[in-house]
Design a binder for this molecule. Structure first.
Ligand code: CAA
Length: 290
């Protein structure tokens, strides 16, 4: 019975959280023909998420990668919902709320109640332990980490994380879904930051130290790293793009989880977040937007 599920693709995908990651994942799934339920308890956030989907789809239309008709179909495949109750229909759920372990655990507890027992529950967490999130459910073997990169419709990678109790079958289903979404996967054990943020965030944090110590201006740090190491964005621009609050939350997970002072969050990053300068999404981060 269970082995039948290996590689089975979801008929209905549930996505929790309509922020930039959740709405991007919903869009990506719809662009690949999946029916999606996009849930957010906040109706403004839900509206903004759907607006973001339309905006992003229109960029694909503009460059000829999608017809107007297909873009409309994609929007039609996404049903925005305020409650989790409709997720009883979903056979695979990706949670993409902000990086708070308490919040994620309460959502996984609720998903456990509402979804069918065979449904896979994935978290898009960028650094929090899948093993601990899974313990909020009665089915830790069906909980897996599925970490999309921002922006999900464009970036080619999905990082898959195997919690202590994740079954091979759940992992295979997540891998099958990632591939059906056109992504390449990398696989990580459940350790703080996994692969991508274990390596990326200390670089961003170091860029903040470089700025704080007056080694160079933000612009020079970014141009140095962008052109000097062939990255699409310099580390400070990238931090604003990801969200400084998210970067700080991940540094704290690395610092707490690995215990090495090399992961201490830069005080300047902490101050920016304290000031509400969270990057592009708040109009101000290292740089000013609009
Ligand atoms: N929707 C649709 N299309 C988009 C888009 C979106 N949201 N964002 C960018 N694009 C498309 C543009 O239409 C354009 O397409 P063409 O080249 O085919 O014309 C292309 O992407 C490039 O976009 P732009 O010219 O506007 O700008 P850009 O060249 O700077 O690219 C970018 C934007 C793709 C975001 C690029 O800057 C980039 O790759 N930056 C790095 C992003 C990155 O590292 N993301 C991972 C962050 S780490 C993470 O997410 C993990 C975590 O846990 C924190």
């Amino acid at each position: 019975m269970a082995s039948k599920l290996v590689g089975a693709l979801p008929k209905v995908l549930g996505v929790v959280g309509a922020g930039q990651m959740g709405s991007g994942i919903a869009q990506l799934a719809a662009m690949n023909g999946f029916r999606v339920l996009l849930q957010d308890a906040n109706s403004d956030a839900l509206g903004r998420g759907m607006e973001g989907v339309s905006k992003s789809l229109s960029r694909f239309v503009k460059k000829g990668a999608l017809t107007e008709e297909k873009a409309k179909d994609c929007v039609g495949l996404i049903t925005p919902v305020r409650e989790l109750a409709p997720f009883e229909e979903a056979d695979f759920v990706v949670e993409a709320v902000s990086e708070s372990e308490d919040l994620k655990r309460s959502i996984f507890g609720a998903l456990d109640e509402v979804t069918r027992p065979e449904a896979i529950l994935a978290s898009n967490t960028s650094s929090i332990s899948i093993t601990r999130i899974a313990m909020a459910t009665s089915r830790p073997h069906q909980v897996v980490g599925m970490h999309f990169m921002n922006p999900p419709p464009i970036m080619k990678l999905v990082e898959l994380i195997k919690g202590m109790q994740t079954s091979e079958e759940a992992f295979a289903r997540a891998e099958g879904l990632a591939e059906a979404l056109g992504k390449t996967v990398c696989r990580s054990e459940d350790r703080p930051g996994f692969i991508v943020n274990r390596v990326l965030m200390p670089m961003i944090n170091e860029a903040f130290y470089t700025l704080m110590e007056g080694v160079a201006t933000a612009e020079d740090i970014d141009v140095g790293m962008k052109l000097g190491t062939n990255q699409p964005m310099g580390p400070l621009t990238l931090a604003d793009f990801i969200g400084l609050d998210t970067c700080l939350a991940i540094m704290r997970v690395l610092h707490d989880g690995l215990g090495d002072t090399k992961y201490r969050p830069c005080p300047l990053l902490v101050q920016y977040v304290d000031a509400g300068w969270h990057g592009r999404k708040t109009g101000r981060g290292v740089y000013q937007y609009q």
